[in-house]
Ligand binder design. Structure first.
Ligand code: GLA
Length: 389
């Protein structure tokens, strides 16, 4: 089935593929626990999924760049010497932003055509943009024979997001898209970038994504604000503890002592991050022990923190998390990704999945007057070169 979907998606590229085209597949990601911790030097626990972006890159003889977004039926044309971030449409930024990183790294580019197609739901918090960036980074690496290793490509993709999309994201999404491994989660230390694969053995259960179907327009500006608030918290503690570099090094006791009385908002933001890092480490122990119930409880606790302390949830996400919170077939659930819309991630007993979706669809429609979308996610391998010259 999966193979058929992949082939069906790749077939959409056919019109643009030539014998010398490079085709790359790069997946979207889920994150089990460890949200908004990556840009605080903390830990995350993501995995690549069975939904991906595909890029086909074909060399040109001239200096032109022709970008085609197949789903959107849009084309954007520029040249290797003149391209820059664009306002509307914004999808070319994810491709051009990566090309800009190659130029910055001293790689000279000749012209190329790129066709892009994806079966990752857009705006659902599954990091479709990171998937596109990573696919493009691998394609350009092949095209230019630059020889960058996987980690260098991850960092270039992340920089593309900072510089062309304007979101000061952490490294999780791009890292998960590239380094994902079938049936494993990646326990990544975002400070050292050391990582371990942890088998995600949930036989009898499924990962279900419930999509609010809304994308909050404030998501990227609020994201950058959260990042600044975390840095502000660190700056308040540093005079007392010069060894502190980021929230990774901070304890709740320090926050109580040096932040709480000065700025309650910054305190709440930082407290969530400090607690979330600790929660993730506990969740990894749960996985090692096979205690999925305890793991699931931590997911609910993460949601609570993201909603009440970090304030990146929204009515619809809270509703979805609440709806399943007393359902004995659901081990854990929480909002996932940057927030303000997108999906909740749920770990649901296999035989209860269909019923649960049906029930939540109904109650969501009734209470929120919106349609819910639901997807099952399977954990798959990271970026792959599907065909090379
Ligand atoms: C977005 C960012 C990631 C990460 C998450 C929140 O997906 O791109 O770097 O910060 O939000 O955990």
């Amino acid at each position: 089935m999966k193979q058929i979907i992949m082939e069906k998606t790749i077939r959409l590229l056919e019109k643009y593929v030539k014998p010398n085209s490079i085709i790359v597949r790069s997946p979207g990601r889920i994150n089990l626990i460890g949200e908004h911790t990556d840009y605080n030097d903390g830990f995350v626990l993501p995995a690549a999924i069975d939904k991906a972006a595909y890029v086909s890159l074909t060399p040109r003889e001239d200096e032109e760049i022709h970008l085609h977004a197949i789903d959107l039926k849009e084309t954007y044309i520029t040249t290797v010497n003149t391209f820059h971030p664009v306002d509307k449409p914004n999808w070319p930024n994810y491709l051009l932003g990566v090309a800009a990183q190659f130029i910055k790294a001293g790689i000279s580019l000749k012209g190329f055509d790129v066709a892009l197609v994806a079966d990752i739901p857009m705006g659902a918090g599954l990091s479709s943009s990171a998937a596109v960036e990573c696919a493009m980074a691998f394609a350009l690496n092949e095209y230019t024979h630059a020889g960058f290793d996987k980690l260098a490509l991850v960092k270039m993709a992340q920089k593309a997001e900072h510089e062309y999309a304007g979101v000061k994201c952490g490294i999780m999404d791009q890292f998960a898209s590239v380094f994902g491994k079938k049936n494993n989660v990646v326990r990544l230390d975002c400070r050292s970038l050391q990582y371990e694969y942890e088998p995600f053995d949930i036989s009898g259960y499924k990962i279900v994504l419930l999509d609010t179907n809304i994308k909050h327009s404030l998501a990227s500006s609020e994201y950058n604000i959260r990042r600044q608030q975390c840095e502000a918290g660190v700056a308040m503690i540093q005079p007392h503890h010069p060894e502190i570099k980021s929230l990774r090094d901070v304890t709740v006791t320090m926050l109580d002592k040096y932040v709480r009385l000065i700025d309650d908002l910054i305190y709440k933001r930082c407290k969530y991050v400090v607690e979330e890092n600790r929660r993730l480490l506990g969740a990894c122990d749960d996985l090692k022990k096979g205690d999925l119930k305890s793991f699931g409880r931590k997911m609910f606790a993460t949601h609570e923190g993201l909603s009440k302390l970090y304030e990146v949830s929204c009515t619809e996400l809270d509703f979805l998390a609440e709806q399943v919170s007393r359902n004995e077939n659901v081990l854990g659930a929480r909002m996932m990704g940057g927030g303000f819309g997108g999906c909740t991630i749920n770990i649901v007993k296999e035989e209860a999945v269909d019923n649960l979706i049906e029930q939540v669809e109904k109650s969501y429609r009734k209470a929120m007057h919106k349609e819910l979308k639901a997807y099952a996610a399977q954990i798959e391998d990271g970026t792959t070169i599907v065909s090379s010259r």
